[in-house]
Structures are given as structure tokens and as C-alpha cells.
Design a protein around this ligand. Structure first.
Ligand code: PGA
Length: 251
């Protein structure tokens, strides 16, 4: 399975010029990637950068999408709009959207279903607010079960799960590879319950939460982890470039 390194720029940077500069800075690294896919998820307003630069060696993803197809939904962005810009991925259910935009599991589920129907690859984010030692966070299983309700097993090939413990996001307190391993097994079991063996195994699981070029290798070496969802470090050309190089250099 190819490694997937996702850049989640969140609400940054503040100008298209800066966005273009980050992309230009990453181009040389992206050209030489082996067995690694880079997915850049800028804010909606910069998604068209992809069509302006030729021979881009990464794909683009949106940070959100609305579930209705078109119409009177002020501020909404539809799956078709994304598809028409050449966007291939969409992040759904990020904890910041759940917290600041009051997104519920039901809304997340509608977005997942709409995006999959349109043929987009869905990066579904799940993660617990607090980690209590020796207890598996059942909220993660709940978010998976509710977020994926009604998804046909055949669509699992377009799913990517991003495990992002909320306490590790933006905190400089990343998870440890050891604890991540346990979580990945827990997530795999939940996916198995939902989709059955044949389909669940093909779903990549990513880690996110203060991932950077110092800890990337440790996480990427965890069995069952297929990539990273990177926030802050993805805006730093050097750091994100290093993460891509690390991913590309691993067997
Ligand atoms: P962080 O963000 O890398 O800045 O912790 C990760 C994320 O929220 O996707």
C-alpha cells in the first residue's frame, strides 16, 4: 500500500501568493517521491492553484464539503465543485469542525456518503478528547460506526481513516508509536466489524496530531499505519519536505 502524507493547512496561509510559494517550495521533493502520495489540503480559495501549475506531483484535497449537491446553501461548497477543480480527496469530520462548526456524527455521515458517491476519496477523522490509561477510547469506535453508517463495503477502497487524538492536535504532545499501535489495532477491529475482512483491510489508517519531521519516522514504522495527517508542520516547506522524504525512504 502506498504511503499517504496529507497536508492540512487549516485556515492558512493568508494570501494566494504565500500558498503558491509553499507549493513551489515542495515541488522538487514531490517529484522524487517513491511509494508515497502527497495530498495537499489548502483552504477552498486556493484549491485552484493546482490548475495553474503544470505537472504537479501531488494531489489536492479539500478540508470539508457540504452534503447537498447544489442550490440555496450560502457558503456551501459541493462535491461537484471540488471534482471540477481536479480535487481528489476531502477531509471529513476533523475535530476542529466538530468543535467550532458544531458538526455532529450525523452531518459527518452525510458528507461521507455524498463525497463517496461522487468518487472522492474521503479522509475521515476520528479521535478521543482524552486518553485514559489502559482504556480504549470507545468514542473512536462510535465515530467510525456513525460516520460510516450506510457506506457500502465496495466503497471502502475510497476511504482513508485519520486517527487524530484531539489532545495531540496543535499541542506538541504527539502520541507515542507504542500507544498508536494499540489504537490502530482497535480501529482495524472496528473497521472489520463494519465492512468485513476483505474490504476493511484495504483501508489506510493515518496518524495525525503534532506529527513533524522529528517523530514522523517512528509513526510511519508502526505496523498498520499508512501515513500521516500533518497540520502545522505542513506549512513549513523544510519540515513537510523532510516528512515526505522520510516516508519515501522507508521500505
Ligand atoms: P497538528 O494538526 O499537526 O498541527 O497537530 C494536525 C491536524 O489537526 O490535522
Amino acid at each position: 500500500m502506498k504511503r499517504i502524507i496529507v497536508a492540512n493547512w487549516k485556515m492558512n496561509p493568508q494570501s494566494a501568493l504565500e500558498a503558491a510559494a509553499i507549493i513551489a517550495g515542495l515541488m522538487p521533493v514531490c517529484k522524487s517521491l517513491k511509494n508515497t502520495q502527497a495530498v495537499i489540503c489548502p483552504p477552498f480559495v486556493y484549491l485552484n492553484l493546482k490548475s495553474k501549475i503544470k505537472n504537479l506531483k501531488f494531489t489536492t484535497g479539500a478540508q470539508d464539503v457540504f452534503w447537498e449537491e447544489s442550490g440555496a446553501y450560502t457558503g456551501g461548497v459541493s462535491v461537484k465543485m471540488l471534482k471540477n477543480l481536479g480535487v481528489t480527496h476531502v477531509i471529513v469530520g476533523h475535530s476542529e469542525r466538530r468543535a467550532h462548526f458544531q458538526e455532529t456524527d450525523n452531518m459527518v455521515n452525510k458528507k461521507v456518503l455524498t463525497a463517496l458517491r461522487a468518487g472522492l476519496k474521503v479522509i475521515l477523522c476520528v479521535g478521543e478528547r482524552e486518553r485514559i490509561d489502559s482504556e480504549m477510547p470507545t468514542i473512536v469506535k462510535e465515530e467510525l460506526t456513525l460516520g460510516l453508517r450506510g457506506v457500502a463495503a465496495q466503497k471502502a477502497k475510497n476511504l482513508i481513516i485519520a486517527y487524530e487524538p484531539i489532545w495531540a492536535i496543535g499541542s506538541d504532545r504527539a502520541d507515542t508509536p507504542e500507544d498508536l499501535f494499540g489504537m490502530v489495532i482497535y480501529i482495524r477491529r472496528a473497521l472489520l466489524d463494519i465492512f468485513g475482512k476483505n474490504f476493511a483491510e484495504s483501508i489506510p489508517v493515518l496518524y495525525g496530531g503534532s506529527a513533524d519531521d522529528k517523530n514522523a519516522e517512528g509513526f510511519l514504522k508502526v505496523r498498520g499505519v499508512h501515513g500521516l495527517l500533518v497540520g502545522r508542520a505542513s506549512l513549513d516547506i523544510k519540515k513537510f519536505g523532510n516528512i515526505l522524504k522520510i516516508a519515501s525512504s522507508l521500505k
